[in-house]
Design a protein around this ligand. Structure first.
Ligand SMILES: *Cc1c(COP(=O)(O)O)cnc(C)c1O
Length: 430
């Protein structure tokens, strides 16, 4: 298992930002999500300090769907990030965390009237229009509230970014946004731009997630800018804001080869500066919105080993006290993770195990075929890089309570989300 910055070994035992895993278990129990707060802050700082330009303003948004809770949003707000939200719940969480809502962007392909109304009420900064149906609702609500609402239009560049390559295709059938190859988009933009209660600023594009090839981002940015130029010429308007989305790839296992983030961000800015000049754009602001790359590696999940079982066919299982309810990513798309026995971190990794959860579902796996030391009941198993799309995708399957979340920093730990109790599980039942 790769040890991230902030992970150290003391007496054969793993510590995260100076707090040992056994202390974490003693204080909070398992299963448990643990975040290294320094790592979260450093990632925010890397984005803020490297994605900067002298030609236009820049803004980094935290795509809060990766992990949304009050404390992480307070931290992102303090670090100077804006926020990307996709539902009433995410808006509410950001609002209650004290976020400056003018720095919020509202995404999604099927925003409801209720969500849009609330967004306008709390002064949410920019609404990203996905489709005609939303456009009409946003326009109506803006008129009703007698406000002017800043809007972007979500477009598709036809850059289909797989993890290590991209393909360019005009045959876009994504559920999000409008294809730049769809000529009807010009009428729509002209229409939006003509509305007195809407302030049309530009475009939003997000090409996908867990992307490792820098050129995918550069190519997509180019297509967005080339398209912006066409729109400016045909419709005689100015594109002021481009939001280029997130999707920066991170390390889960040694199959993942992420680029060095700071270096990439500086290069990305250069590409945007050069291309915007080539296309004669006068951009006021360029926005990006990382989710996974801000929180993923900062978070780990700690489990206690229960049964260790060899099947008739020969597979050796380690059973842990959580599983797909707290991390559904293997069950969803065979996502890969590393693991270690955190209380025997230096021991010889001489056995191949499959780490399985406790849910009643044969797909409830966490890590397939990984080398670990001989495991026993009571060992502490850590799965790192669970800081994005784990808590936020967790469920109460099998009526498992949601786990607590702890932040650790320089030898101290604090609870930021309480674990659910049995009473919480039946609270809404009638
Ligand atoms: C999910 C999402 C992001 C963040 O993606 P990551 O892969 O987590 O960086 C950014 N923008 C939009 C519109 C998204 O849907």
């Amino acid at each position: 298992m790769k040890l991230f910055n902030g992970m150290t070994v003391e007496n054969n035992e793993l510590a995260i930002s100076g707090v040992t895993v056994s202390e974490l278990r003693r204080k909070y129990g398992t299963p448990l999500y643990v975040y290294d707060e320094n790592m979260l802050e450093n990632q925010c700082d890397t984005f803020i300090s490297n994605f900067k330009s002298e030609k236009f303003k820049t803004e980094v948004l935290y795509a809060s769907k990766a992990f949304s809770c009050l404390e992480v949003l307070r931290m992102a707000n303090r670090a100077g990030l804006g926020v990307d939200v996709v539902s009433l719940g995410e808006i509410h969480t950001a609002y209650k965390a004290g976020y400056d809502m003018s720095k919020a962007y509202f995404h999604g392909n099927n925003k409801t009237r209720e969500e849009l109304k609330y967004a306008i009420e709390v002064g949410l900064g920019t609404i990203v229009i996905d489709n005609d149906y939303e456009y009409e609702m946003i326009n109506d609500l803006a008129k009703e509230s007698k406000k002017t609402v800043d809007v972007l239009l979500r477009i598709n560049t036809g850059i289909d970014a797989h993890t290590h390559e991209y393909i360019k295709t005009a045959k876009d059938d994504s559920k999000f946004g409008y294809s730049v190859y769809d000529e009807t988009i010009f009428d729509l933009i002209a229409d939006i731009n003509g509305q007195s209660n809407l302030n049309f600023l530009g475009f939003h594009s997000h090409i996908g997630s867990q992307i490792f090839e820098k050129s995918s981002f550069y190519e997509a940015a180019k297509v967005v800018m080339e398209f912006s130029r066409r729109v400016e010429e045909e419709l005689r308007l100015t594109i002021k804001v481009l939001n280029l989305g997130g999707g920066f790839g991170v390390y889960y296992t040694d199959e993942d080869k992420p680029f060095e983030l700071g270096e990439f961000l500086q290069e990305y800015i250069k590409v945007i500066e050069t291309e915007s000049e080539n296309f004669g754009l006068e951009l006021e602001k360029v926005v990006i919105e990382p989710g996974r790359s801000l929180t993923c590696n900062a978070g780990s999940t700690l489990y206690t080993v229960g049964g260790v079982k060899k099947t008739f066919a020969g597979r050796e299982y380690i059973f842990v006290d959580g599983g797909m309810a707290d991390n559904p990513r293997y069950a969803l798309y065979k996502a890969k993770y590393e693991a270690a026995l955190a209380n025997k971190i230096n021991a010889d990794e001489n056995t191949v195990y499959t780490v399985a959860g406790k849910c009643c579902e044969s797909g409830d796996m966490l890590v397939m075929d990984t080398k670990l030391p001989k495991a026993e009941q009571g060992d502490l198993l850590i799965v790192p890089s669970t800081g994005a799309y784990n808590y936020s995708m967790s469920s109460n399957y099998n009526r498992l309570p949601k786990l607590p979340v702890v932040f650790v920093k320089d030898g101290t730990s604090r609870l930021v989300i309480k674990g659910e109790t049995l009473e919480d599980l039946i609270r809404q039942d009638i």
